[in-house]
Design a protein around this ligand. Structure first.
Ligand code: GAL
Length: 742
């Protein structure tokens, strides 16, 4: 289907310009053309890799693979809520060891762009801001309110001071060449009125006053005060111009794929279109470009935002969730980077001239007095190939493509001509193996331990209230789970008891998901989705004469991560009714409800290997299937080989998983459904024309996420403790460790 274009033979050997050396020392400044590092203009090709979305053991490999992919800079947000666990109580260990991550980048002799935010969006829980801050009176996030500004400044200063102490800013000889404050506030500022304007200005000034010796940027901010640079986030940024002519054109987020939600589909952005967008950006004078994401990684534990963002944050990025190159995407972009770097001198020092080559075709030429000349020939027609004449030579340009000519003569790369090898990925299942063959399990298989939660209040109730509370205000996100319980007396004269019919339970919830139990039996489940978190539940309910316990397990699936006033968006039950009584409908909404935050197993921390309390685990070779509210534990061997591992949860329902106390995350092999009139699945994807996340989707009717990444470094050779909490019912004997093979 794809049109091809002839390429000069020497182009097959693209060598990166050896003139690019990274000497870390000196201030970073800028002019209209580019960043100036150590007095030299430089092109920046950057890759977003978020440190908490992989594990430290993966960091050097990821950074190296980005470097091999022709990238010279790594970009990451700083994740405030992972660092400041409660006011003034900080954490910088494990996946949150920011300094270690940056030093790995430094050792690879690469630059870094540090997006401190501290609001990040990023499909990360609560947009990266700590939940506790919402409960400090007088706080409105991202607005001119004292508590917000106080805590934001305190955290930003802490990060900046930490970077200074470790000498990580380029001005101190370190790798950090740019820092970001806030994130896409321009879209939301007007919602906050005058306070929004004051806040944006305050944020910029507060950042500049930190005196870091490298420029500050604000992405998608339309009124940045000098010297802060406004930057672009989009699928295309060639038409973007910074607000001041003295500033370089910076693209902070080019999305080479897209994120997924539980119940949503698989978006795909074709490599040809990504390359087209990047080439167009450099053609049109851009000099700093970042892929968001280059490695998306994993939303471990409960760090996924949303609601409904999947545990996988693969993003269809050039490096996949598991740390393996995704080809041909990675390879195609590597070739593109090589071609752009061959143009670096001309791009950064030449005069630009534009000439039309047709109605939708144009050339931009960069030439200087030394004879350096680089040209980009673009065909923006999204249907038709075109042969154009440039400097008396004719060139075939496939539709929606750019040819790069580092000497203004020979095409070394065309964005629509994918020569990089494709790879296919296989998930090879390995059954869970008992850690040690003992007489009672060696031959027969795996021994499981099982613990069942009560449906409803375990231990002491937290509180009783008539009517409903907001879910998030109650749990404060210490857990996904909140029990709402009540009881009703059913008179034995009710018709439904005699004729065998069942009344119907009707529930309304602001989100995100719910399991309904009556007398300890699961009656049904319901949930919203990534585009609409609220939902209605309607299912028959089994009731008996006399007292009936109603226990509703309400769940959050990642907190809202963006939008105006997003921190006020609530969740939880708002109405409960039962229809089908002799007297009509029973409205339980004003009843007295008894509440319990979290699960007993969570409260006890029974997923921790060090957990020693007596709990009534039941040992069995045949774990119960389709049992709601069940904890499963097995001690297993590390799967053989060294390939990355995905936990196959296809036959499970919904819940949480841990290995050796490390949080794998939420699992939910929920099948993808249509969420908009546009999200039809495609057999083939035409790269030509403007991309949007609904354009090339697959996975209709398939689970949005079947495999859950377990980093190899979390395994021990034996005695690995796998713990699963299953909410609604599944078959744990079908769980496998799948080895990801290319
Ligand atoms: C941007 C935002 C990023 C991320 C992205 C979508 O608007 O700045 O943090 O959320 O959208 O993946």
């Amino acid at each position: 289907m794809k049109p091809r274009t002839p390429i000069a033979p020497f182009a097959l050997l693209i060598v990166f310009s050896s003139s690019i050396t990274y000497c870390f020392a000196g201030n970073v400044t800028y002019d209209s053309r580019s960043l100036i590092i150590n007095g030299r203009r430089e092109l920046i090709i950057s890759a977003a890799i978020h440190y908490p979305r992989s594990v430290p053991g993966m960091w050097p490999g990821l950074v190296q693979q980005a470097k091999e992919g022709g990238v010279n800079t790594i970009e990451s947000y700083v994740f405030w809520n992972g660092h400041e666990l409660s006011p003034g109580k900080y954490y910088f260990g494990g996946r949150f060891n920011l300094v270690k991550f940056i030093k790995i980048i430094q050792q690879a002799r690469m630059y870094m762009i540090l997006r401190i935010g501290p609001f990040v969006a990023a499909e990360y829980n609560y947009g990266g801001i700590p939940v506790w801050l919402h409960y400090i009176p007088g706080t409105v996030f991202r607005n001119d309110t004292e508590p917000f500004k106080y805590h934001m400044q305190k955290f930003m200063t802490l990060i900046v001071d930490m970077m200074k102490r470790e000498k990580l800013f380029a001005s101190q000889g370190g790798p950090i060449i740019l820092a970001q404050v806030e994130n896409e506030y321009g879209y939301y500022e007007s919602f906050y009125g005058e306070g929004g304007k004051r806040y944006a200005l305050w944020a910029a000034k507060m950042a500049v006053a930190q005196n870091i010796g490298v420029p500050w940027i604000m992405c998608q901010q339309f009124d940045t005060p000098d010297p802060v640079i406004n930057t672009c986030n989009s699928f295309y940024c060639d038409q973007f111009t910074p607000h001041s002519p003295s500033m370089p054109k910076i693209w902070t987020e080019n999305w080479p794929g897209w994120f997924k939600t539980f119940g949503g589909r698989d978006p795909h952005r074709p490599s040809e279109d990504i390359a087209f967008s990047v080439a167009r950006f450099f053609q049109k004078g851009g000099s700093v470009h970042n892929y968001y994401m280059y490695h998306g990684g994993t939303n471990f534990g409960r760090t996924a935002g949303g609601p409904f963002i999947t545990t996988s944050y693969d993003y269809e990025a050039p490096i996949d969730e598991y740390g393996l190159p995704r080809n041909p995407k990675w390879g195609h972009l590597k070739e593109l980077h090589g071609a752009i770097k061959l143009c670096e001198h001309a791009l950064l020092n030449g005069e630009r001239s534009n000439l039309s080559l047709g109605s939708s075709q144009e050339a931009d030429v960069y030439a200087d007095s030394s004879g350096a000349c680089a040209a980009f020939l673009a065909n923006m027609d999204d249907k038709n190939d075109k042969t154009v004449v440039f400097r008396n030579v004719s060139y075939h340009l496939p539709a929606w493509s750019v040819s790069i000519l580092p000497d203004c003569k020979k095409v070394v790369f065309n964005t629509a001509n994918v020569r990089a090898q494709s790879s296919t990925v296989e998930m090879v299942p390995e059954n869970l193996q008992p850690s040690e063959a003992s007489p009672d399990n060696g031959s027969k298989g795996l021994k499981w331990q099982v613990f069942k939660e009560i449906a409803g209040i375990w231990g002491e109730a937290d509180f009783v209230k008539s009517g409903f509370v907001d879910h998030i205000n109650t749990t404060k996100d210490t857990t996904d789970y909140l029990w709402y319980t009540t009881s009703i007396i059913v008179n034995e004269n009710e018709e439904f008891l005699k004729n065998g019919s069942r009344p119907v339970l009707l529930i309304e919830s602001k989100g995100h998901a719910l399991h309904a139990f009556a007398n300890q039996e699961l009656q049904g489940s319901a949930s919203g989705n990534g585009t609409h978190p609220p939902f209605k539940y309607k299912n028959p309910i089994s009731l008996k004469a006399g007292n009936n316990e109603i226990a509703l397990l309400s769940m959050t699936v990642g907190l809202q991560n963006a939008g105006p006033f997003y921190e006020w968006v609530g969740a939880g039950i708002t109405s409960v009714k039962i229809t089908g009584f002799n007297s009509g409908t029973l409205d339980l909404s004003t009843y007295s409800w008894t509440y319990k935050i979290g699960l007993q197993g969570e409260h006890l921390g029974i997923y921790n290997p060090g957990y020693r309390n007596n709990i009534n685990w039941v040992s069995t070779m045949e774990p119960p299937k389709n049992q709601p509210l069940t904890w499963y534990k097995a001690v297993v061997k590390q799967p053989p080989g060294d390939e990355p591992i995905g936990l196959d949860m296809l036959k499970m329902g919904k819940g949480l998983a841990w290995l050796n106390g490390e949080e794998i995350g939420r699992y939910w092999p929920r099948k993808s459904r249509k969420s908009s009139p546009h999200d039809e699945c495609v057999q083939e994807c035409d790269y030509r024309g403007k991309f949007n996340p609904d354009k090339c989707i697959t996975g209709c009717g398939e689970p949005s996420q079947r495999w859950y990444h377990i980093p190899r470094s979390w395994f021990k050779p034996s005695e690995n403790i796998l713990v699963i909490f299953e909410e609604k019912g599944g078959d744990p004997t079908k769980i496998t460790f799948s080895r990801r093979k290319i």
